[in-house]
Design a protein around this ligand. Sequence first.
Ligand SMILES: *Cc1c(COP(=O)(O)O)cnc(C)c1O
Length: 387
Amino acid sequence: MSYLAKNYNRKKISFKRGRGSYLFSTDGKKYLDMLSGIAVNSLGHAHPKLVKTIKDQSKKLWHVSNAFQIPEGEQLAKKLCQKTFADYVIFQNSGAEATEAAIKVARRYFYSIGKPNKTRILCIKNSFHGRTLATIFASGSKKMTEGFGHVGGFDHFTFGNHNSLKKKITKNTAAIMVETILGEGGIKVIPNWCLKELRKLCDKKKILLILDEVQCGIGRSGDFFAFENSKIKPDIVPIAKGIGSGFPIGAVLMNKKVAASMTPGTHGSTFGGNPLAMAVGNAVMDIVSSKKFLKNVKKSSKYFFSNLNNLKEKYPNIIKEIRGRGLLIGIQLHTDQTEFIKKLMINKLLTIRAAENVVRILPPLNVKKKEIDMALKIIAKVCSELK
Ligand SMILES: *Cc1c(COP(=O)(O)O)cnc(C)c1O
């Protein structure tokens, strides 16, 4: 009997140890982990540098209030700003908190320039921005919002429907918020030309562009941020998942235009930006943001994609499409993916589902070539069994 509420349909497997791209189960089996806690363990499990960082920092200082200066947080914010479009950062502890903060910043900006009615956020129907009350209504998914009353302030358009997008912008729209690459929604990449048009549209309508990079950011796409590929600059970017490589960290990055409205008292978080989390964030950032590291993510990605596309050619009745960018990979099947994922797991490869019959492959960003080969071999085996 479990005393945990039943809000998850958990697989009957647990792990006692992790090392790099591998997880070791309590029943003594070794699994190749290609879901990485859903794009979280960006440097794999128990990375020696991160283990040392946590050990060292835990002996010094874990938590102090944001009433004081926190040098570790100052450092990480500086690194994030120097590496990206951002001028300022506010730290949180999770992705949903970061997207909520992004919404607050957008609304507060318009309030501060004397346009308090501009509060509405325009989102993609059935996207994913987290599980708080506001963010489930941002997603607009029936499944996620059913039974949870109503939180207003969000409008929706269909992915790829540019006419509906333009029509849904009203005088009360404050921002458009989209995932640069839709994760839960099925690894759907917003093409560069679309992102460019989106930026132009926001400029023309004098509204803000929020790009949710909680899943696709922090090197996952092969660039530090997925939108960098399109050369555009958003106004606000929530991040989380990969920046802590397993330690809970969230943040909202913003330009100075909007940051000016976030005056003392407008936002806060007890745990957000604590020294222990920030020490880990700094260590992850130092590794992931290097040119060499990102170049290697691109190299691994190219190898993975070309081989997966070969499998698609070989098994066209099973695999419909290989989607994604970098090491955010979706294998879209023609039919429901449950059996496929189960068979991968029996063969010791861990993956996770996404919408539209997609099997999500999210290896650690420092995955080795021989581990990719092993995954490809298992995927090929399962394809041949299901054919
Ligand atoms: C996971 C995710 C979130 C929510 O993050 P949590 O840490 O689970 O709150 C928000 N946006 C996107 C795009 C995500 O993938």
